[in-house]
Design a protein around this ligand. Structure first.
Ligand code: Y43
Ligand code: MG
Length: 210
């Protein structure tokens, strides 16, 4: 039998992410649960190198790094876009497909170029290519004593081109969730939070540790 989940006590929690879009979503998802979130970026914690080959490995690596550095419980999210016709790529390398850039003095990534890279590979397979894809999210919650819990979520959908919408972050402008017509970047955050991979993983975390 799997070990029971350890419950999270009310108090400070580090969001072990340096992605502002992700931090915004995780803050919104955490809002009802009486924790006081601070991001790894706010605390000036280093961004660890993501050397794992699975979402789980990278989520654990980021959560343990922030928990150890801060002395607080830390919640990390490793996520990505898996495209069926590309054998699951970019997968764990989804962030790496977007080059690091400076936008008006702020660090970021060139998502437009990254979405174009995915589209270019699909286009090579012809107009009838299978455009189905999913977003995957693995949340890892680690304590400073080394204990950790992992929760996985996903949302099925398909890719559209050209990108549509200004909301959300990352690859949202090309992702249309199954059964819908608007992209993740065209719907309000509350609507994304009702169905996203992050919300799916979060529901499992809430059931386990709150
Ligand atoms: O809801 C999403 N909507 C659009 N794109 C998304 C989403 N969720 C993940 N993604 C894409 C972009 C992200 O950059 C990459 C995950 O890479 P991942 O390493 O987990 O995150 P990251 O490097 O951006 O931030 P950090 O590691 O500091 O949390 O997948
Ligand atoms: Mg990352």
């Amino acid at each position: 039998m799997a070990a029971p989940h350890r419950k999270l006590a009310p108090g400070k929690l580090v969001i072990a992410s340096h992605n502002a879009g992700k931090v915004r979503e995780i803050r919104a998802l955490l809002a009802p649960y009486g924790v006081d979130p601070v991001s790894a970026a706010d605390l000036g914690l280093p961004e660890p190198e993501e050397t794992g080959t699975s979402f789980r490995d990278n989520a654990l690596l980021k959560a343990h790094a922030s928990a150890a550095a801060s002395g607080l419980p830390a919640l990390a999210d490793d996520s990505g876009l898996c495209v069926d016709a590309l054998g699951g790529r970019p997968g764990v390398y989804t962030a790496d497909w977007a080059e690091r850039q400076w936008f008006e003095g702020n660090p970021g990534r060139d998502w437009y170029l990254a979405m174009g890279k995915v589209e270019g590979l699909l286009a090579e397979q012809g107009p009838d290519v299978d455009r189905s894809a999913r977003f995957v999210c693995t949340l890892a919650l680690a304590w400073p004593d080394g204990h950790a819990e992992v929760f996985e979520g996903r949302v099925e959908g398909g890719l559209t081109w050209p990108p549509r919408g200004k909301l959300g972050f990352g690859y949202d402008p090309v992702f249309v969730p199954a059964g819908k017509t608007l992209t993740f970047a065209e719907i309000e955050p509350a609507e994304k939070h009702a169905i996203s991979h992050r919300a799916d993983a979060f529901a499992k975390l809430v059931a386990g540790v709150f």
